[in-house]
Design a protein around this ligand. Structure first.
Ligand code: NDP
Ligand code: MG
Length: 408
């Protein structure tokens, strides 16, 4: 039997009280991964907020020039460079007046725990995002979560931590933002099914037999969303949807049987919730991450913002179709990891991260990504209720297994 998940911190009722804002009603926001796709969209939202939000801390790993440019524009109190080698290249006069530099993940965690931060946007890519998300939740902060890997790896531990510390997790991922919004129209005991939409990526109609020959350039050409390279490849394999199934399970405290995926090429309906009376409640908007990012900052309220608007006068075609299991074997892995829980998500995530890196480096075929993930998921030493240490150990093990597999 699956372990009983802890209560989700994102159910509508417990989150409905707005968090206190800092001085002058302005929320001091820490943007982790500020140089990435979500990070730069977050800074757009902050810049257009008319003083509702300010960037108090910006963190990146190695993109020093881009980070310093952001610091000049946004004047945060802190910039954090997590890679010490990259930080060593920052000259003494590079920072604007009033901005200080901190170096390394320990320094980042300490700043996130401090009183100067009201809200944390967790947008580091990959497993590296877990520790800072954990530090922020441990300090009772509200986290706008883009880093889905945090919940895929350690969902039950993370949601339990948030509940114990009175912290809140508000999703940034567009599907989960849509589900979060749709869930506000009914009680959690009235939910029958949660349907995640997927664009189907660039290979939705490409013949399955030709997918082994897909190049990184082809996989990086997403038809509807503009995103960082890792998640763009995940969208092409539909591993992104696999990870999102696991994310949804823990975030909304759902049974695995309640989770479904439908392909929707226009990326306008961002996901849906079916209730007991047969009503299906959906959230719609153009594919523009600035809307879910802003909702995660403004929740439980809404305000005007920079995201594109739907123009219904132009006409709107919405299509839906089931995902093709031959083209997209990764989706099954997501259902499996959501059903098994325990260490399955962490192992799937780690194997996929390394496999995507190897594919982008030209040492693994596109179709090998799902295949190697399936094998490693099958072979791993499963634990139903792992500790963070178990998760870290299996994460390293799965990474090494992919390296061995790509060499063989
Ligand atoms: P990008 O690759 O565009 O950006 C990644 C960011 O993380 C950069 O700022 C990068 O810094 C930083 N980073 C990378 N490695 C580390 C590390 N080891 N330690 C600290 N920081 C690091 O990614 P995206 O913005 O596309 O995605 C970010 C997260 O949001 C992912 O988890 C993704 O799944 C999720 N997400 C993204 C969506 C999108 O539309 N892009 C949609 C939904 C979810 P540097 O530039 O210095 O390398
Ligand atoms: Mg998504």
């Amino acid at each position: 039997m699956a372990p009983t998940p802890p209560p989700s911190p994102v159910q509508p009722a417990p989150c409905d009280a707005p968090r206190p804002a800092g001085a002058g009603g302005t929320l001091a926001v820490a943007v982790l991964g500020s140089t990435g796709s979500i990070g730069t969209s977050t800074l757009d939202v902050i810049a257009a907020s008319g003083g509702r939000y300010r960037a108090a801390l910006l963190a990146a790993h190695t993109s020093v020039a881009a980070l310093l440019e952001q610091a000049r524009l946004h004047r945060p109190e802190w910039v954090v460079i997590t890679d010490p080698g990259a930080a060593a290249t920052v000259g003494a006069t590079a920072l604007p007046a009033g901005t200080r530099l901190a170096v390394g993940p320990d320094a980042l965690d300490e700043l996130l725990r401090g009183p100067g931060i009201d809200r944390v946007v967790s947008a580091i890519v990959g497993a590296a995002g877990l520790r800072s998300t954990w530090a922020a939740l441990d300090a009772g902060k509200t986290v706008a979560l883009a880093n889905k890997e945090t919940l895929v790896m350690a969902g039950p531990l993370v949601t339990r931590l948030a509940a114990e510390r009175g912290a809140a997790l508000v999703p940034v991922d567009s599907e989960h933002s849509a589900i979060h919004q749709a869930l506000r129209s009914g009680g959690s005991d009235e939910v029958v099914r949660v349907i995640l939409t997927a664009s189907g990526g660039p290979f939705r109609t490409r013949a399955a037999e030709t997918l082994a020959a897909v190049t990184p350039e082809e996989a990086l050409r997403h038809p509807t969303w503009s995103m960082g390279p890792k998640i763009t490849v995940d969208s092409a394999t539909m591993m992104n949807k696999a990870l999102e199934l696991v994310e949804a399970r823990w975030l909304f405290d759902l049974a695995p049987e309640q989770l479904d995926v439908v392909v929707h090429p226009q990326s306008i309906v961002h996901s849906m919730v079916e209730f007991v009376d047969g009503s299906v409640v959906a959230q719609l908007g153009p594919p523009d991450m600035r809307l879910p990012i802003q909702y995660a900052l403004s929740y439980p309220r809404r305000h005007d913002g920079p995201a594109r608007r739907l123009d219904l006068a132009q006409g709107l075609r919405l299509e839906f179709e089931p995902p093709d299991p031959r083209r997209f074997p990764a989706v099954r892995l997501g259902h499996e990891a959501a059903r098994r829980g325990g260490t399955a998500g962490a192992v799937l995530n780690a194997a996929n991260e390394v496999a995507v890196g190897a594919f982008l480096a030209g040492s693994l075929r596109f179709t090998d990504i799902a295949e190697v993930c399936a094998r490693i998921l099958d072979r791993h030493e499963f634990r139903a209720a792992p500790s963070l240490d178990d998760i870290r150990r299996l994460d390293s093990w799965a990474r090494e297994e992919v390296v061995q597999w790509s060499r063989s």
